[in-house]
Ligand binder design. Structure first.
Ligand code: PLP
Length: 356
């Protein structure tokens, strides 16, 4: 597919305070758009960021056929922008699309669209270490039809947003609570897809947790309410002596790209890595007997997020991690080092785009 490029005639970049970036509030000058009609993707174009029009009968609004991705572009030098694990994000987008009966996108189209967008908006990639350009590919049913069925028309966009350093004021451990009344996903449902509706459904329990003073919900399995799954937008890891444990995937957990990176690196460092069922009881017991050393979340936004406290049914365990544990810190430094091109990328995780 040939991508047409229409440049914005008025850049908004001079209005932006790059030292005070709020996550997801500011959008760069351009976006990518592509339409799906008559069984194929057509009209790939880079165009000025701006409103889109649709009719109130647009099917995504009614039946929730919408999936998305969340990834980042990092400033390496004045001619080079690094995209992290772009093929994995593409694969996950297609897996999500398949689960919701939506059309897949060619890897080449996906990567070329991102490359062209980076070239059009390279000045929007913040330069300081820790900052990045957040990339949001999104696909939704655009057909206008009030019938609960698979749509025949879709739109795909990529919009981008410069974001500040997640830890500009130092690491901030999060406080998690389990939820007694709510679940995020059930086997056979849409939990492993990055489907928009999964997030809408999690807002009420998250809001309740926040009112009680917690940062996020630590989701448990929907059947036994016993096994740990993940956190709002992060996968979770538990470090014991020489052993790193994370919940197995299996349909209810989003297969995080950061999770996969953490697992690969930990294995290379000689740690015994286990993807398995892990009960909340096991975590409470090992926290109490001192064998649980570190707990951290892993996701694109924060990369690694230390957990300082877990609450479950009236019991609270605190982790002796004032800021971040040494293992989590080493993981954070290694992954971010690779992302910004400061460390050797022996896994080929970085896709560099020449913009100069
Ligand atoms: C529900 C959920 N789990 C885990 C993650 C972490 O995934 P990733 O590392 O690919 O950002 C995310 C973020 O995308 C998420 O939304």
């Amino acid at each position: 597919m040939k991508i047409t490029i229409t440049k914005s005639d008025h850049s908004r970049i001079n209005e932006i305070d790059f030292d005070n970036l709020q996550f997801g509030r500011i959008f760069s000058d351009h976006m990518f758009e592509m339409k799906y009609e008559d069984g194929k993707w057509i009209q790939g174009e880079i165009k000025p960021y701006g409103p889109i029009t649709f009719e109130p009968s647009m099917m995504a609004l009614h039946y929730g056929q919408a999936v998305f991705e969340g990834m980042k572009a990092y400033y390496a030098d004045e001619n080079t922008i690094n995209l992290f694990r772009v093929k994995d994000h593409h694969q996950r987008l297609n897996n999500s699309a398949k689960r919701l009966c939506m059309p897949e996108i060619d890897e080449e189209v996906f990567i070329t669209a991102l490359e062209e967008l980076m070239k059009a908006d390279y000045k929007w990639i913040p330069k300081k270490h820790g900052q990045a350009l957040y990339l949001r590919p999104v696909m939704f049913a655009s057909e206008e039809y009030l019938a609960a069925k698979v749509a025949e028309e879709y739109r795909f966009y990529i919009i981008t947003s410069p974001v500040g350093a997640y830890y500009s004021e130092g690491f901030n451990p999060v406080k998690l609570t389990t939820s007694e009344s709510y679940v995020r996903a059930v086997k056979g449902g849409t939990g492993e897809a990055k489907a928009a509706g999964n997030y809408g459904g999690s807002f009420l329990p998250a809001q309740k947790a926040q009112k009680e003073g917690y940062t996020q919900v630590l989701w448990l399995d929907a059947i036994e309410h016993n096994y740990i799954e993940e956190v709002g937008t992060m996968n979770i890891f538990f470090l014991f002596d020489g052993k790193l444990v994370t919940p197995q995937l299996g349909g209810t957990v989003l297969p995080g790209i950061t999770r996969r990176s953490v697992l690969s690196l930990a294995k290379e460092w000689g740690i015994d890595v286990q993807e398995r069922k892990i009960s909340i009881r096991e975590i409470i017991e090992t926290a109490e007997n001192g064998s649980l050393k570190e707990v951290f979340g892993a996701g694109t936004a924060a990369v690694i997020s230390p957990v300082g406290l877990i609450h479950h049914q009236g019991k609270t365990i605190t982790l002796d991690q004032e800021k971040i544990g040494p293992f989590a810190k080493k993981m954070f430094d290694t992954i971010t080092g690779i992302q910004y091109g400061k460390l050797n990328d022996s896994h080929n995780w970085v896709h560099s785009v020449k913009v100069g």
